[in-house]
Design a binder for this molecule. Structure first.
Ligand SMILES: *Cc1c(COP(=O)(O)O)cnc(C)c1O
Length: 393
């Protein structure tokens, strides 16, 4: 029986190509030029996606500003907001596409407005009072590669003079419903090249700054100056190989022990723990591989990163899947802000985002990098044994 994985670098077809890739400064500048031309702005390459997002936030907002965020996301996003001193306004999602829509955006926006009105006495209601300000931006996530309803959201943002940041970690190369490509709308476009993202070189990121105010505020942004750490470099280089060994060891049930050893030796780092660092550059070999993948996307077009089901009996289905060789735990997302171990720290407003809570308790992901026939049995198990959540329809 063949084994299939969500994660563990199972999306890597060319492990040796990755492990042996050589890059130079020239590759980094080629990637910069490519992104600047394609997305029409100024590109900065970064250590990871969260550093890129934080750079965008720092460029366009002041500490204390509020920015609206998809209420179903990963800790990387929250870390980027925190580092820029931005206050997140979490917006509940739809179970259909795991994104906020204009109705949930409006509800969250109005909630901020009414909280401001009840909390502020005339004495504190002055221009500089950040706590009473309305949200100034929206981060669009296109969860798992599902596009948001961009036309309505853009209109909503324009009417309120809010800036849009497009976070394309899940959605590089996809098209919005109106035919525009993702990354052509916002004041900034952010990419993660992290594990299982739509451009995956294990780590790295980029931001393209497009708004004219960047030219004004640009002086405040310090560009990454330091080279990638050797240890980070090695971890990124060998992860696909470790993933391959891990997957092989699953047949003799030694994969768990192998991964614990790699983590203990710090040869592997969990994605959520990849620290934000706006002083570090991307590793050159990652820039080279990222550019190859962008060019590939230009040919093929983007698509969903993963498909998903919402099940009332998730644990049972996951173990049935496992019995048939499908190791599909590690889904996005197990909590409204994942992973679990960072969740308490985030103080997520569960009462305001009930759909995100319900979805995180029921979601399973099916990877899109296996063929239909390889996934046929998994799909059958879900259809026949899964109790599809009625509330998600
Ligand atoms: C992964 C991810 C990021 C950034 O991740 P890094 O690990 O810092 O590269 C940003 N936004 C979303 C939605 C993500 O899933």
């Amino acid at each position: 029986m063949k084994h299939y994985f969500l994660g563990a670098a199972a999306n890597y077809k060319k492990v040796w190509r990755h492990v042996s890739a050589r890059g130079s400064e020239k590759d980094a500048s080629e990637l910069t030029s490519y992104l600047s031309e394609k997305y029409r702005g100024e590109t900065i390459l970064t250590k990871n996606g969260r550093s890129a997002l934080s750079l965008a936030l720092r460029t366009y907002f002041k500490p204390g500003d509020k920015v609206m965020v998809n209420g179903f996301t990963c800790y990387a996003v929250v870390e980027a907001l925190e580092a820029a001193g931005i206050v997140p306004v979490y917006v509940d999602i739809s179970a259909k596409d795991l994104n906020f829509d204009v109705a949930t955006l409006k509800r969250a926006y109005d909630r901020v407005a009414s909280t401001n009105a009840t909390q502020s006495s005339p004495a504190v209601k002055n221009e500089g009072n950040e706590a009473n300000a309305l949200p100034k931006g929206i981060i669009i996530q296109n969860s798992l590669g599902n596009p948001v309803d961009i036309v309505a959201i853009e209109k909503f943002a324009t009417e309120r003079k809010m800036l849009i940041i497009e976070d394309l970690a899940h959605s590089a190369g996809i098209k919005y419903p109106d035919g525009r490509e993702a990354g052509t709308v916002g004041a900034a476009v952010v990419f993660s090249f992290g594990k299982e993202k739509s451009i995956d070189t294990i780590s790295g990121g980029a931001v393209v700054l497009r708004d004219a105010i960047y030219k004004v505020n640009g002086a405040h942004v310090n560009l990454p100056q330091n080279k990638a750490r050797t240890s980070d470099n090695l971890r990124a280089r060998f992860y696909p190989l470790f993933g391959k060994i891990y997957r092989g060891l699953s047949y003799v049930r030694l994969n768990g022990a192998f991964m614990r050893m790699l983590l203990a030796m710090h040869w592997v780092e969990k994605s959520a723990d990849n620290r934000l660092d706006m002083t570090r550059k991307i590793a050159n070999f990652e820039a080279k591989l990222a550019l190859e993948q962008f060019r590939e996307l230009d040919k093929k077009g983007g698509g969903p990163l993963r498909t998903f089901y919402l099940l009332d009996n998730r644990a049972d289905v996951l173990s049935l899947l496992k019995e048939s060789g499908y190791f599909f735990d590690g889904f996005w997302y197990e909590r409204p802000v994942s992973p679990e171990r960072y969740y308490a720290r985030v103080r997520f407003p569960e009462m305001e985002c009930p759909m995100a809570v319900a979805v995180s308790q029921r979601i399973i992901n099916i990877p899109t990098y296996y063929s239909k026939s390889e996934l046929a049995q998994a799909e059958r198990i879900v259809r026949e044994q899964g109790k599809i959540w009625e509330g998600g329809k």
